[in-house]
Design a protein around this ligand. Sequence first.
Ligand code: DCP
Length: 127
Amino acid sequence: MGHVVAGAVFRDGRVLLAQRTRPPELAGRWELPGGKIEPGESAEQALARELREELGIEVRGADRFGPPVQLGSDLVMCAYRVDLVSGEPRPLDHAALRWVDAKELEQMDLVEADRAWLPALRDMLAG
Ligand code: DCP
């Protein structure tokens, strides 16, 4: 079973979403940025690597929230709150980035799997 990590970066009452470019069925839809854990990596290390590669930022921590999500038969994905240490996010691997508040989150066309985290994200944006 492979593991995918997805990172939620919060700032000023907003969470950072990224718009996918691939595969075609997910292109244009929004997600929490992340990717597959590589052999020997912890979730925190994978999040730091993926967000460095995809957004050009340094993050630390991995505070898991919401339910794990099964992706097909051989991948499971978990969401983590991470702390932004340095850098300003840039869409190095996505079509666009957007910081959304609780109200805007409801309007976003999220990839299906990430919708499982909406209740938890709402709570974190409200609190
Ligand atoms: N995924 C998702 N929601 C996210 C992040 C990922 O549903 N917030 C899904 C999409 C893919 C799988 O997880 O089915 C792996 O995601 P990526 O393609 O983004 O991961 P990698 O970058 O590691 O994979 P690759 O290098 O193969 O592109």
